[in-house]
Design a binder for this molecule. Structure first.
Ligand code: ARG
Length: 662
């Protein structure tokens, strides 16, 4: 049951909306400083703290920040839910919620199935463009981030009441099809194809890729060697320099050494890869027979795009098989899309896009290609190549037109890795000039998944790590951990074999997703099995464990959680850790809103981690089942229930499941 709106509140938004009009007395643009009102880092300074008096006073002659803070405090009325405001230090404003109010507010959450989260006042139509693998090759670890980050944003926006369309913009029309078509024509194992088509196609893709990579690397190696020689030469000169004590020279030497080391390990990687291929007689002889394989594969793609009947027929045959294969991964990860319009869908619209942009004077010919030139950018946005082929850019433009005109989108999120950031800057700038200026476009960019060597995660053979095998391994490892834990339980093992397997899936998949989501998405992160599945620290396992622990309390006390919520017992937050827990639970709504604005699921993981820690403190400080009175016991049980619900719900928005025992 949802309660009437007035009973729940996004506290941060409310505080900001009370302060903002008051600030306009000292600035024309209060919105530029209002974000300096935040949850406070330390309970000593209240529940929330506002630091804007400092920058505001700096702009006004003869006004001390502390005096300004005092004047602001006199004008803002928060008496309905806060204690009198306090000015501290040079001009901090400390805000503390009234105890009674927090009690009532928390009480309201007990029976609110939305946990206090208010649906958006003006819902938007939001397209979340995520996952978008180039099919015809198996999904690998590189596809994890877009899929998981996109899904979390999708779920949060939807829960906040937006009209969200999850669109998998599948790469189903690119060069990889030329590669499998070429592979099919020259290297097909018919029996294998009849038996397991997708596996055979994946083998063909890998084979053609390996062969063309072999030739590319063959030309790269001497270049790399030359670079290494140059660097070594430079290093020698520096090292024989007269002033080795000079800081600058030392720094240069250090940098040169590290560059040299990096180049050398790259070279070694290349040479190992080449040697591996050369050891394989069959592969090596194929490489020798097809020295021009990269170009030949490109030509197959060009023939496909030109409508060549044979290639088109092969494409039509392969595509559903490729889609089935990626669907298996989505099913395992519990990822759903509202539509999957691949790049090929937009193919018929591309010519019109180019002529429209030309007609409006936005695109022009440049060295035989058609380009949009945007001020401030070094490279142009190429929408048609010299040979007449349309590009990734043209497809993205057609996609935007479709999303605005057919889907009526207000906002589009592109969950794509940071290497494409220039593409999106050019795309967004072009779109503004094209006339879709009301559309909100956001590149939700992210860094790479690195291996222990701090380089993109690869298998020993230098291939991308397959997503399926990654999931398998995580589940296996989770199983081992669960079994080990269960075997040493004081009252003996609790879990059946089936249960262990079910929990292993939940923990294993949750661990992978959470490890990805918890990082600031802009940065790279290092893949680390041990950290990822640990019962301690910032992991899904820790949160899932907090959830199971609460379930355990209710089991042990034989208390029905649902019935408990209907009891007319009033919550009473006495202990400091009870209050801290209640406050954190009440902040759920403001956190989700911040996730939605910046498309940053790590705000939610941070929040949940904090919540689980605060819960731990509460649990150590405050006996629940053995509380001093029945009334205190019920009040604490309600807090436990709210914590568990918030953890469960928060994790579910991250696409992570929970289990009642583990
Ligand atoms: N298939 C592309 C790739 O793997 C990503 C597509 C992202 N979405 C988009 N509308 N460009 O690089």
């Amino acid at each position: 049951m949802s309660l009437p709106r007035a009973c729940v509140m996004n506290i941060l938004a409310e505080l900001r909306s009370r302060f903002e009009p008051v600030l306009s007395e000292w600035t024309d643009d209060p919105s530029s400083v209002i974000e300096m009102l935040k949850a406070s880092q330390d309970a000593k300074f209240g529940d929330y703290q506002a630091n804007f008096a400092m920058p505001l006073a700096a702009r006004i002659p003869d006004l001390k920040p502390r005096d300004l803070a005092t004047q602001i405090v006199e004008k803002v009325d928060l008496s309905d839910f806060c204690e009198p405001l306090e000015v501290a230090g040079p001009g901090f404003i400390n805000i503390r919620l009234k105890q009674d109010w927090l009690n009532t507010q928390t009480q309201n959450l007990v029976r609110d199935e939305r946990l206090g989260v208010i649906p958006a006042e003006s819902p938007q139509k939001v397209v979340v463009d995520f996952s978008a693998p180039n099919v015809a090759k198996p999904m690998h670890v590189g596809h994890l981030r877009s899929t998981v980050i996109g899904d979390a944003n999708y779920r949060v926006l939807k829960f906040l009441g937006h009209d969200v369309v999850g669109d998998n913009h599948i790469g189903d029309w690119g060069t990889q099809f030329g590669m499998i078509i070429f592979g099919y024509k020259h290297f097909l194992n018919e029996a294998a194809f009849a038996e397991a088509p997708v596996t055979e196609l994946a083998r063909l893709y890998r084979l053609v890729n390996q062969l063309s990579d072999y030739h590319a690397t063959q030309t790269k190696i001497p270049r790399q060697q030359a670079e290494i020689e140059q660097l070594a030469e430079k290093l020698k000169t520096r090292e024989s320099s007269a002033d080795l004590t000079n800081k600058k020279v030392q720094k240069e030497i250090k940098k040169l050494k590290s560059d040299l080391g990096e180049r050398k390990s790259e070279l070694q990687e290349m040479q190992e890869k080449q040697a591996l291929l050369e050891q394989n007689e069959d592969l090596h002889s194929k490489a020798v027979s097809f020295p021009d394989i990269a170009r030949q594969a490109r030509e197959e793609t060009a023939r496909l795009h030109a409508g060549d009947a044979d290639n088109l027929a092969l494409w039509k045959q392969f595509l559903p098989q490729c889609l089935d294969a990626i669907q298996t991964v989505y099913d395992r990860l519990d990822i759903h899309f509202d539509m999957s319009l691949g790049e090929s869908y937009y193919n018929p619209m591309l010519a019109d896009v180019v002529s429209d942009l030309k007609a409006r004077g936005l695109a022009e010919e440049s060295q035989g290609a058609i380009c949009v030139f945007i001020e401030g950018f070094k490279s142009p946005f190429m929408i048609q190549k010299q040979d007449g082929a349309f590009t990734y850019a043209t497809t993205d433009l057609a996609t935007i037109k479709y999303r605005v005109e057919e889907l009526k989108a207000d906002r589009v999120l592109y969950v794509v890795d940071s290497r494409q950031s220039e593409h999106f800057q050019l795309l967004f700038a072009t779109v503004k000039e094209w006339g879709y200026s009301n559309l909100e476009l956001q590149h939700v960019s992210f860094g790479s998944v690195l291996g222990e060597n701090k380089r993109p995660l690869k298998t020993r053979a230098g291939d991308n790590v397959g997503l399926e095998s990654l999931l398998d391994e995580s589940i296996q490892r989770a199983y081992a951990i669960i079994a080990e834990n269960d075997d040493v339980k004081p009252e003996g093992p609790e879990l059946s074999e089936d249960k262990r397997q079910e929990i292993a899936k939940i923990i294993g998949l949750g661990g992978i997703k959470y490890a990805d989501l918890k990082h600031n998405r802009d940065s790279d992160y290092m893949f680390d099995w041990d950290k990822m599945l640990s019962y301690h620290g910032d992991t899904a396992t820790y949160m899932q464990y907090a959830y199971a622990r609460v379930c355990g309390i209710f089991r042990k006390g034989q208390i029905d959680r649902i019935a408990l919520r209907d009891q007319q017992v009033s919550l009473n937050l006495v202990d400091a850790s009870e209050r801290a827990l209640a406050l954190q639970i009440n902040r759920y709504s403001e956190i989700l809103e911040s996730v939605a604005i910046e498309a940053r699921p790590n705000y939610l993981t941070n929040y949940l981690f904090e919540l689980a820690k605060i819960f731990s403190t509460f649990f150590n400080d405050c006996p629940v089942l053995k509380a001093e009175t029945e009334q205190v016991k019920t009040s604490r049980l309600l807090l436990c229930d709210l914590t568990a619900r918030t953890v469960e719900h928060g994790l579910s928005l991250l696409g992570i499941k929970t289990c009642e025992r583990m």
